[in-house]
Design a binder for this molecule. Structure first.
Ligand code: HEM
Length: 273
């Protein structure tokens, strides 16, 4: 019930290119690790996470699971930040984004670390081309290796560590030079046109989820995640526990507002017809 209501509330966020978002959501869970179920006293329900597009709204809850036994405080830090900036009386909104640097750092680190689109879609050279002295002959098929860019030790210190704070400067602000070095939307003229939209949506999903829920691993499952590798990197099915942090009031209000907006726009459309 609560999951359905949360899904309804998140439905207000415009649809994202679903398979890519799904992958990001799930691959962020690579860090789920050996979570301890310390907060189980609260009302609890289990959400079966299956890697299918139709489960996208539930799967998006995974976006903030980037904490494991080495970084058990990531979820708590995101919740501390969102509670401090947004408070508990309303849901996070787009305008909060500049004031929630840790959550943005989490998103960038999830994209960097998972590199769930490890190589871009293929392109081809239209002429003989030289890059750093190397000849790429005309009509050569080219894939950009994003995973390599995101794990280059010359650019990233300890690239195999999941550490959102690498994107924060000494004052706790987002380091934009570093975030722009994360490559998941490709580069050049044919880079993804949905980048900015995706980042806003991912911010909303993540901030609302950590504001409303606690997530813990299923202790009966091996915390090590398995993946299938191809043009994208996909995790295999896994389960997790989701606990509401407060009441359903804010989610109910969001659903009611969305329903009212939908009804108003439908009646406007029929009035114009
Ligand atoms: C997390 C979400 C997303 C990721 C990681 C992503 C990633 C990518 C990548 C790697 C490419 C290939 C670029 C290349 O040719 O080298 C691409 C292309 C593209 N993406 Fe996305 N994308 C995402 C979301 C979206 C969204 C929400 C939209 C639409 C609103 C979108 C629209 C497109 C389009 C139209 C192209 C083809 C661009 C072209 O060929 O000129 N993407 N995306």
């Amino acid at each position: 019930m609560a999951l359905e209501r949360l899904g309804e509330a998140l439905r207000g966020i415009p649809p994202l290119q679903s398979s890519l978002l799904l992958l990001l959501c799930l691959l962020a869970a690579i860090h789920l690790g050996k979570l301890l179920l310390q907060h189980q006293q609260r009302r609890r329900f289990a959400a079966r996470i299956i890697c299918k597009k139709k489960s996208l709204k539930v799967l998006c809850m995974c976006t903030h699971f980037a904490f494991n036994d080495r970084y058990p405080k990531v979820q708590a830090k995101m919740q501390e930040e969102v509670d401090r900036i947004v408070g508990r009386d309303r849901l996070p909104c787009v305008e909060d984004q500049p004031h929630l640097p840790y959550i943005m750092a989490f998103l960038y680190e999830s994209m960097r670390f998972s590199s769930f689109v490890p190589v871009t879609i293929p392109h081809a050279t239209t002429t003989n081309t030289f890059i750093m002295g190397y000849l790429i002959p005309k009509d050569t098929v080219i894939f950009v290796n994003q995973w390599s860019v995101n794990h280059d030790p010359a650019k990233w210190s300890n690239p195999e560590d999941f550490d959102p704070t690498r994107f924060l400067d000494e004052n706790g602000f987002i380091n934009k030079d570093l975030t722009s070095s994360v490559m998941i939307f490709s580069l050049g003229k044919r880079r993804c046109i949905g980048e900015e939209l995706s980042k806003v949506q991912l911010f909303l999903f993540t901030s609302i989820l950590v504001h409303q829920c606690n997530f813990t691993a299923n202790p009966n499952e091996d915390p090590k995640m398995d993946f299938t590798y191809g043009l994208t990197i996909k995790p295999k099915p896994f389960t997790l526990n989701v606990t509401l942090r407060d009441t359903m009031d804010l989610l109910d209000q969001a659903v009611q507002r969305l329903q009212a907006e939908k009804a108003a726009s439908e009646s406007q459309l029929s009035a114009n017809a």
